[in-house]
Ligand binder design. Sequence first.
Ligand SMILES: NC(=O)c1ccc[n+]([C@@H]2O[C@H](COP(=O)([O-])OP(=O)(O)OC[C@H]3O[C@@H](n4cnc5c(N)ncnc54)[C@H](OP(=O)(O)O)[C@@H]3O)[C@@H](O)[C@H]2O)c1
Length: 266
Amino acid sequence: MKTVLITGASSGIGEAAAQYFLSRGWRVAATARKPETLGTWSHSENVLPLALDVTNSESVRTAVRDVLQRTGSLDALINNAGVGLAGPLEAIPLSDIEQHFQTNFFGAVRMIQEVVPVFRQQNHGTIVNVSSIVGRFGLPFLSPYCAGKFAMEGLSESLYYELRPFNIKIKLVEPGGIKTKFRQVFAQHSAYEPSLSAVNRRMDLAAAADSKLPGPESVAETIFKAAGDSSEKLRYPIKTQGASILSHVLPVGTWRGMIRKSFGIS
Ligand SMILES: NC(=O)c1ccc[n+]([C@@H]2O[C@H](COP(=O)([O-])OP(=O)(O)OC[C@H]3O[C@@H](n4cnc5c(N)ncnc54)[C@H](OP(=O)(O)O)[C@@H]3O)[C@@H](O)[C@H]2O)c1
């Protein structure tokens, strides 16, 4: 039986991924800051519920050690835990941006540093980093979040070469908007009105419960495919390939005009 460790399995994409792996016969180390918040699916005998805060090195070390003690091996790591942070950069305290990076970027780094020695000794293992379409291009008032996802993309692209000799695969899953409880926390600043409200409103609308956004199950399926894909494919866009390609092939002025228009900003 293969074992996967998933960060942020208490809700959204992480929870859907945990259930998906479980349904496909994997053993799941389902981790959450508060393991008591994991759903009833975590009562299955093939689930190892564990406390893990990705911003805390000791917590990361303990969780990985516990998994190995209980299972003897680890086949895949899913770096899913993430939070949102948005608004005009000048209005966001530096400490908030540092904290954001502690979760969205250094959290994944901590996890990778802990599992790579294990994967190296096993001579196999797959790391799936949950990035975003905004890891490929920037959007207005999302500078900290985009920067964190860009960082994750660069990290993964570089690690591909570094980990290849050890048969360790690295994958990037890039969803667009997905219906979960995920929200961007928006800092406010009057100098940026009315653009800021327009973008805020656009994102709130997109995230509203009655929106047409796909649920996290589609991402879970892609994460599962990526974790089991022995090819060298790095990126797994989820209905975002079109936007990603356009952002790279359109003249920059055309692309920027499209983004400004779709967010209703000048
Ligand atoms: N929803 C989207 O539209 C979308 C699109 C593209 C990419 N993504 C990415 O997908 C990932 C999952 O997001 P989601 O949409 O499923 O949102 P979500 O439902 O809010 O889930 C986020 C998860 O991260 C966990 N988390 C936050 N801080 C943590 C920490 N310090 N240590 C461990 N876990 C922590 C949360 O656990 P707690 O219960 O402890 O808070 C929660 O389980 C994120 O990386 C996000 O950037 C989401």
